[in-house]
Design a protein around this ligand. Structure first.
Ligand SMILES: C[S@@+](CC[C@H](N)C(=O)[O-])C[C@H]1O[C@@H](n2cnc3c(N)ncnc32)[C@H](O)[C@@H]1O
Length: 196
């Protein structure tokens, strides 16, 4: 999966990595910054998504589409689709451009909407990646958890660097009887849950 990243995907990943590095230091307002996962977390997500049971991959928080490109590698390798939600128009436009230039429009669908409203329409989810504003994680968890397929996986980023804000949601997930869960110290920390 990673030994043969298609050139169009690799080129767009490099472009977004450079843009993310730049906008962390050039005074870009926080909401407009890409705030992408590190490449190591992207690889981890792709491995997990490829190992999930059959069904769609869902992401809350596309930003410029970087993590969705990693998920697209898993989707291609396992014959499934990625549905990624983004609520800001500037980011949705950038993500759309990402998926066009990286030539993954056949496996990635961008939904320009608040995932909390639109997820009600989703079928059972095989793999969910939660990477939105930290204040809505708890609500997103309650929307995602019942929609996970048996054996389905939920990964949530920033479980370590935003731990104080996320603590109530982390406590809820780690003691949720529907799940096996732990926090993985990779990147900014990933909460990983598996639906029993
Ligand atoms: C940390 S960034 C995501 C980074 C991206 N996952 C990556 O690694 O490339 C968080 C994004 O979530 C989006 N967002 C926040 N609330 C959302 C919601 N309710 N539904 C969909 N997207 C949301 C924000 O606009 C922002 O672009």
């Amino acid at each position: 999966m990673f030994h043969t990243i298609p050139p169009a995907i690799a080129a767009r990943m490099r472009f977004l990595e450079a843009l993310d590095k730049q906008d962390r230091t050039d005074g870009t307002p926080r909401l407009l910054r890409l705030r992408q996962v590190p490449a190591e977390t992207g690889r981890f997500l792709a491995l997990l998504a490829a190992a999930a049971p059959p069904g769609p991959i869902v992401e809350i928080g596309a930003s410029g589409g970087y993590s969705a490109l990693w998920l697209a590698l898993a989707a291609r390798a396992t014959g499934r689709r990625v549905i990624t939600f983004e609520v800001l128009p500037e980011k949705a436009a950038l993500a759309r451009e990402t998926f066009r230039l990286a030539e993954v429009e056949d496996v990635v669908e961008l939904v320009f909407a608040d995932a909390r409203q639109r997820l009600a329409d989703q079928m059972q989810i095989a793999f969910a990646f939660l990477d939105a504003e930290k204040e809505i994680y708890a609500e997103c968890y309650e929307v995602l958890a019942p929609r996970l397929a048996p054996g389905g996986l939920l990964a949530a980023d920033n479980a370590i660097n935003h731990r104080p804000t996320l603590q109530p949601m982390l406590d809820r997930a780690l003691s949720d009887e529907r799940m096996d869960a732990l926090i993985v110290p990779i990147g900014q920390g990933v909460l990983l849950c598996r639906r029993r």
